[in-house]
Design a protein around this ligand. Structure first.
Ligand SMILES: C[S@@+](CC[C@H](N)C(=O)[O-])C[C@H]1O[C@@H](n2cnc3c(N)ncnc32)[C@H](O)[C@@H]1O
Length: 206
């Protein structure tokens, strides 16, 4: 397995969480497509890049067993506090996604709200991502990806082609649709209330 150095990414993301900052993506509720697919999303669930744990808490409240990882300690501290105040038992861990390839556990579902798109154009990270999700998903398990669409003038984002190209050999891309993701109103990184054009993909392991 290729060793991936996440230091620069980590420093960039940490900035969004330190000093109680509110990241532009942290709307405090799941983005709509996760709610629409909720009844199909079954545990054990792994939430990769879980941030402050909004999605993990949502699915734990629905009775699913959830593990959440994020490499930013401040995000996991907030996620752990949310779970505690809701009386939920969620396994939140500070972990770099690229270090969990050695896990022997299997998950029925992996949810990714805003992680995969970070690796747009990075063939090494996309290949490592594919290896890891392939290993950790149960047979017939599903991966749900919310990814911002690449648009001119926006740094983050991915093309639909990259999603198909990454997964088509080992997974079935069951659906992929565009929608407008909500963002935090008044967040420093964004114009107030602006929405981000995004993809939501349901990807099944063969
Ligand atoms: C766009 S944010 C989305 C957070 C959360 N899923 C949500 O929807 O609110 C992406 C998250 O992925 C985390 N992240 C990025 N690269 C990571 C990595 N290599 N390992 C673990 N977490 C990572 C960031 O710290 C950040 O919290």
């Amino acid at each position: 397995m290729t060793i991936i150095d996440s230091k620069a990414h980590h420093a960039g993301f940490r900035e969004h969480y330190v000093d109680n900052a509110k990241p532009v993506w942290d709307i405090g509720r799941p983005q709509k497509p996760f709610i629409e697919h909720a009844s199909d999303i079954r545990g054990p669930i792994l939430d990769i890049g879980c941030g402050t744990g909004t999605l993990a808490v949502y699915f734990a409240k629905r009775g699913e067993q959830v593990t959440g990882i994020d490499f930013v300690e401040e995000a996991i501290e907030r996620a752990t506090a949310k779970a505690k105040s809701a009386g939920l038992n969620i396994d939140f861990m500070v972990k770099d996604f690229f270090t969990i390839s050695s896990w022997e556990r299997k998950f029925q579902t992996i949810i990714d709200s805003g992680l995969f798109h970070i690796f747009s154009g990075d063939e090494v990270r996309k290949a490592a991502y594919l290896e890891i999700v392939s290993k950790l998903l149960s047979d017939n398990g599903r991966l749900y990806i919310l990814a911002c669409k690449k648009e001119t003038g926006i740094d983050a984002g991915i093309n639909a082609d990259e999603i198909f190209e990454t997964f088509h050999e080992r997974f079935i891309v069951e659906s992929l649709h565009e929608f407008e993701a909500e963002t935090v109103i008044g967040a420093a990184e964004n114009a107030p209330g602006k929405q981000w054009l995004s993809y939501f993909a349901v990807i099944k392991k063969r």
